[in-house]
Design a protein around this ligand. Structure first.
Ligand code: 1HN
Length: 348
């Protein structure tokens, strides 16, 4: 059915509009179609890609220009122009940033309400301590910093370390619930690399009692995730997509409550069609190269490149190599949308 055209603000007498304004009142009908467009939303989020080779010199330059003490977190934010760069939004709910830590530097302990994860991009020797657990950082590792947990970053190596931060900051900021608490250096009480959640199917249960931590697993080692993907590809050759989700090993639910994370393996030469879903998506290439196409946009992504695609759009990924797999880290806000009851998949 076609939608009738509604009255415009300009159709109303100026004195009436002034009287409304004086009482903080606004007529709905001139804006109704903008807030509720027919059929699908009109997202601000624009398909946008960030090339790692191009941004890396600017990030390293930040290392020269701004000492860590003057930055606390030395980050270049991947901002979506559709939202306005100053909003620091990759999508409506997702913040992305590339963070640089130089040898010997320390980014002091704090905790905050937004949830963060880090996807390690390059370098070795850095670590992040989350809730007393020391998590070493290696290329492709995913490290969680859930809401309220203390975290700090250190670097014992001799080369720059860079990682991609993914936060639900825009969402929590919009809720007017974003704030930070500064703290002292943590005492390390454990080592996430040695934790007992590294094998699927078994969890710690001392004296038959299961753990109760809301975030039992803080580090998902890339070596394990990569192996899981390769095993899936080998043992289930007909599977629609070689994809694994990062989950809470105690509950089987999403690893975090607002943003969702998964890893994809594009087999050599593979074309993968993702159905339109109501969430915007972030893709970050861990290994290999792929194109990411949606509507009129198409990006050629290589290792460490990142892009964002708005929701309600079918997306096609094409592995650029006929010989090698491509591994991609994926983030969206499906956990939030599912909790709120607005999550949709639109299959053609
Ligand atoms: C934060 O705490 C970190 O701890 C990184 O490394 C990026 C962006 C906004 C707000 C807090 C970190 C952040 C952040």
């Amino acid at each position: 059915m076609s939608m009738p055209e509604l009255g415009r603000l300009e159709d109303l007498p100026q004195d009436y509009r002034d009287d409304l304004t004086a009482q903080n009142l606004v007529p709905l009908w001139p804006s109704l179609r903008a807030v509720l467009p027919p059929g699908k939303p009109a997202p601000r989020t624009r398909a946008t890609a960030w090339n790692y080779a191009a941004l890396r010199p600017l990030l390293l330059k930040a290392g020269e220009l701004t000492p860590i003490e003057k930055a606390e977190r030395r980050v270049l934010v991947l901002a979506n122009p559709g939202h306005g760069l100053e909003k620091m939004q990759a999508s409506s709910t997702i913040y992305l940033g590339m963070q640089l830590l130089l040898p010997g530097e320390w980014a002091p302990a704090h905790r905050h309400t937004p949830n963060a994860v880090r996807m390690i991009v390059e370098g070795t020797g850095a670590y992040t301590t989350v809730d007393g657990e020391k998590c070493v950082m290696e290329r492709g590792d995913l490290i969680l910093t859930p809401t309220g947990l203390w975290h700090e970053h250190g670097h014992d190596g001799d080369q720059p370390v860079v990682w991609l931060d993914v936060l639900d900051l825009p969402m929590v900021y919009y809720m007017e619930a974003a704030y930070v608490t500064e703290g002292n250096a943590q005492t390390v009480t454990g080592d996430a690399a040695g934790m007992a959640y590294q094998r699927g199917g078994v969890v710690p249960a001392p004296l038959f009692v299961r753990g109760t931590s809301a975030y039992p697993m803080l580090r998902y080692a890339w070596a394990d995730v990569r192996m899981a993907l390769q095993t899936l590809a080998r043992t289930q050759p007909n599977i629609e997509a070689v994809q694994v989700a990062y989950v809470n090993p105690e509950t089987g639910g999403d690893a975090q409550k607002i943003l969702g994370f998964s890893a994809l393996m594009l087999r050599p030469g593979e074309t993968l069609n993702l159905p339109a879903r109501s969430t915007a998506l972030v893709f970050h290439v861990i290994e290999g190269a792929t194109s990411v196409s949606a509507d009129a946009s198409s990006f050629a992504l290589g290792a460490a490149d990142t892009c964002c695609i708005p929701g309600y759009t079918p997306i096609t990924l094409v592995n650029a190599s006929a010989a090698d797999p491509c591994f991609v880290f994926v983030a969206d806000d499906a956990p939030l949308q599912k909790k709120l009851g607005v999550y949709e998949v639109r299959r053609p």
